[in-house]
Design a binder for this molecule. Sequence first.
Ligand code: UDP
Ligand code: MG
Length: 323
Amino acid sequence: MATKKLISIIVPIHNEAEGIENFLEKSLFPVAEKIKNYDHEIILVNDGSTDNSLEIIQKLAEKNSKIKILALSRNFGKEPALSAGLKYAKGDAAITIDADGQQPPELVPKFIEKWENGAEIVTGVRDHYTKHGFIQKLGSKLFYKLLNLFGSKSTVPGSTDFRLIDRVVIDEFNKLSEHNRITRGLIDWLGFKQEYIEYTYGVRTAGKPSYNLKKLFNLAIDSFVSMSTTPLVIFGYLGAFVTFCSFVLGLFCIINQYILGDPLHLYWDGSVQLAIFITFLVGLLMLSQSVTALYISHIHAETQNRPLYIVDKKNSRNLEPKK
Ligand code: UDP
Ligand code: MG
């Protein structure tokens, strides 16, 4: 009999002592045990918790050899924690899920079903936003709107890190070397066959969210800076527009005043002319700044060192890699 395929379940954990035991024992483990046709491993990534989360999960790991603990030396953030988990995952597919119960483990079988039917990435999309402040709600909506407007690759609004990723995608993901990373953005960038599962984003069962407004804001900025260059281009266009308008206005001023002798009686004196001239210069500055920024963004793209393309080995035919 062929060995069963393995599913890795990855849980990033940062200061979740209050609810982690409950979440794992009452929600996640029972679901994992019910995955019948597959073996599973549960990788708990302790992302430098300062409470006793680590001790709690270490105790659980003593009782259950399927639980693996990947302890990071300090708090690196959820994105690096997920990347670490994916690096150590041995499974034919990996599922990433938060430790706070906001992403319902009961849906795991559904993710697996979609995967069995051919999806290489299954993304959990939250249907609405519960227990989030107004600003965060608004921010999140705006974030996806802007990301899709600006980004080169579209991300479905409400996409979360509750995902299943096939081995081929994990291998490609592990090759990426950039540091400032947004896991979902990168996985979307990789391509492959995606499916979505809508779910209701629950209320945190215990503890406090580690992502405060400031962190979320930084995450949003990181996403934009690492995934798109459109904001830079927009400033360029704005600069060009300002330059053009003030140039026309300046020309009009000169013709009206000095050639036609101000037939419109505008009486534009020196200060108005100066204002027009300064606006013209500001436009030029914006334009040249944007060009400089684009150069930097190209350098940035080079240093990210992403592969030029990703080959979908499953669907390619008769290709032998050159020895
Ligand atoms: N988390 C982490 N490192 C951090 C912050 C959060 O590993 O620096 C984990 C956290 O323990 C949880 C998940 O990431 O399992 C989501 O965090 P949180 O609930 O704070 O964020 P939100 O639900 O607002 O996305
Ligand atoms: Mg949460």
